[in-house]
Design a protein around this ligand. Structure first.
Ligand code: AHR
Length: 620
């Protein structure tokens, strides 16, 4: 393998090359990255009408003690549904309540993870015409083990109007399958609405589940595309993501049913939170907008203006001055400085649909007229033929077999170098090669990514999809990060992305492989500088997508500095079986293994394992 590492022949890789794509799929956000523990916190999962769907809330106590229904008496204008709980029993008298009282419980998303010593912020809204005595507790799934609890007693005069109760609970035990209980042993009628339990300790204090967000941070993503995918479109437009309904106080967010991935979300993770997350990760936000097209219905271009205006308002919300109409709404949410929204994708996988072209142009012209610096992304693949409309970038999505994706490492070798750039906004190996996240899939992806790196003069961005899966709701396989209420692990595809986290903004150097097995080998070389200590590294990545061990002589020419074997390393991702996967039981089965590289130098004899990705990181 020859590497020409001279500065003159080096080519700057875009700063944005590798990022992440967050979609609300597989409970990635609701019941995942968003740390809210209560599911259906406003009892609104059935929509605005009553009776509403209170699932997964359930009743504690039988019908002779308690009856629960929904009505539209909430104080929240955009969330009128409230829960009415009528209690027939009392602490004494003709019907005596069971010893632990009666009430309702919420198990969250397949159990709440409550941890000893941690503090949880509980908020609920209550109303009653009588005095109330409510016990609020975090318990085991059968209610028997109390992890944390408090008693709230309020006089009738204090709760005759809707009253917000807010307090902190510190847990005395750990249970990953806990639930929230609201119980009483006092006869009467109580209304509940907008109930929330959030751990106090979240990523950057912004409500994101810490371990999951840290796994994203570790990838050093340069951009974050959100909030979907198909989630943006909806099966029907009435169920599509509407940014305006997801901002402001959480109590006033109506939530919506995502009819593509078939679950309700309270929209706690809304447009503002997505922008905040991107900022917290040091990534540019890329907002995928609904352009008036869902899977099954479309808005005619002649009627699209209100949709266009809604998006212009959304852009103003993100980056307008705090005095502007929508910028002030952002400021009111605690972020007076504008977010750096420089990319907008018009639709998702909508090219070819009846009104796409017409709608696209309306959005394009209106956005460019007000925000000429915003990069607009088209859904139409310009790599196979020239686009017939203006765009800064175009989407390229690929889900295929391992062999196919590996062979696509040359996909962009002959793509036109003029015109819009390529945004590989979704890629992954899927199907039987991938299982729920195999080594085989990851290796093919590594080969493909090396091809993207080598073509980064035309490929500007790339992201794996989907990012997250809650193991209790696998709507799509495979995914990069698997979690449940308390555990998480990266699939091999997640770990492959670690091999590329220094690439964005680095310098790419020419490489040539002269080997018999060259059909199954792909390689790239970059130099990059560590922001921690300013040291420079030459990183040579080699994917062996074949069954043979390969003995390679690496020869690097054009280096300005000598290679320092101290601080040089070799990192390998492989496993004994191609279909090996990680799991909750064996989260680290297929992981990169780093060793020191005592023979590091401009000339090195190295051995490349069968079916592996290897990175030689030479300290310069
Ligand atoms: O990543 C899963 C889905 O695949 C996305 O929602 C969609 O864009 C694509 O079809």
């Amino acid at each position: 393998l020859r590497v020409t590492a001279s500065q003159e022949l080096g080519q700057k890789i875009p700063d944005t090359l590798f990022g992440i794509f967050f979609e609300e799929i597989n409970h990635a956000g609701a019941g995942g990255l968003w740390a809210e523990l209560v599911s259906n916190r406003g009892f609104e999962a059935g929509g605005p009408n009553t009776p509403s769907n209170i699932n997964p809330w359930s009743i504690i106590g039988n019908e002779s003690f308690i009856s629960v229904s929904t009505d539209r008496t909430s104080c929240f204008e955009r969330n009128k549904v409230a829960l009415r709980m009528e209690v027939f029993c009392d602490s004494k008298g003709s019907i005596v309540c069971p010893p632990n009282g009666v009430g309702i419980y919420n198990p969250g998303y397949w159990g709440m993870n409550i941890e000893q010593g941690k503090t949880y912020k509980v908020i609920l809204h209550v109303r009653s015409s009588e005095s109330v005595n409510i016990s609020v507790s975090l318990t085991s799934s059968d209610g028997l083990q109390k992890l944390a609890s408090t008693n709230r007693i309020a006089a009738a005069s204090d709760v005759s109007n809707w009253t917000k109760m807010e307090f902190l609970l510190q847990s005395e035990g750990t249970n990953s399958n806990s639930r929230l209980q609201l119980t009483t042993n006092k006869k009467g009628v109580i209304w509940f609405d907008q109930v929330s339990v959030m751990p106090l300790d979240t990523y950057k204090g912004h409500g994101f589940r810490k371990e999951l967000a840290s796994m994203l941070e570790d990838l050093k993503p340069r951009y974050m595309r959100f909030p979907g995918g198909c989630f943006v479109e909806g099966e029907w437009l009435r169920n599509a993501f509407r940014w305006r309904a997801t901002i402001g106080s959480w109590e006033e967010r109506p939530g919506h049913f995502g009819d593509v991935w078939m679950y309700w979300t309270d929209d706690g993770l809304g447009y503002f939170e997505f922008l905040q997350l991107a900022e917290d990760l040091g990534a540019f936000p890329i907002w995928v907008i609904n352009n008036g097209i869902s899977h099954n219905d479309e808005v005619d271009t002649t009627d699209i203006s209100p949709f266009v205006q809604e998006i212009l308002n959304g852009i103003e919300f993100a980056r307008g001055s705090p005095n502007s109409t929508w910028g002030s709404a952002r400021a009111a949410m605690g972020h007076p400085e504008p977010f750096q929204l420089n990319y907008v994708a018009i639709g998702n996988e909508d090219c070819g649909k009846k009104f796409y072209q017409g709608n696209y142009l309306k959005f394009y012209c209106a956005i460019k007229a007000t925000y000429p610096d915003i990069n607009i992304i088209s859904n139409c693949d310009g790599s196979s033929r020239q686009l017939d409309h203006r765009a800064d970038l175009y989407d390229f999505h690929i889900y295929t077999s391992a062999r196919n994706l590996f062979s696509m490492n040359t996909q962009f070798d002959h793509t036109s170098r003029t015109g819009p750039k390529v945004f590989v906004s979704e890629y992954a190996v899927t199907g039987s090669d991938a299982g729920t996240g195999s080594l085989l899939a990851a290796l093919a992806e590594a080969g493909f990514l090396i091809g993207l790196e080598r073509n980064s003069d035309v490929v500007q961005m790339a992201s794996y999809a989907p990012l997250f899966v809650n193991a209790n709701d696998r709507r799509w396989n495979p995914d990069a990060i698997v979690f449940n209420s308390w555990q998480q692990y990266g699939t091999p595809s997640y770990w492959v992305q670690h091999f590329f986290k220094e690439s964005s903004g680095a310098t790419l150097h020419p490489t040539t492989i002269q080997a018999n097995a060259s059909n199954s080998l792909v390689a790239s070389a970059i130099t990059w500088q560590s922001s921690v200590d300013n040291s420079e590294y030459l990183k040579i990545k080699i994917v062996n997508f074949g069954n043979d061990i390969v003995n390679l002589k690496i020869s690097v020419a054009g280096l300005q500095n000598a290679v320092n074997s101290v601080g040089s390393t070799k990192t390998v991702l492989t496993s004994s079986n191609l279909m090996d996967e990680n799991s909750f039981e064996e989260p680290n089965k297929v992981m990169p293994v780093q060793t020191s590289l005592p023979n590091a130098g401009a000339q090195m004899d190295v051995v490349i394992s069968p079916y592996s990705v290897t990175s030689f990181d030479l300290s310069l």
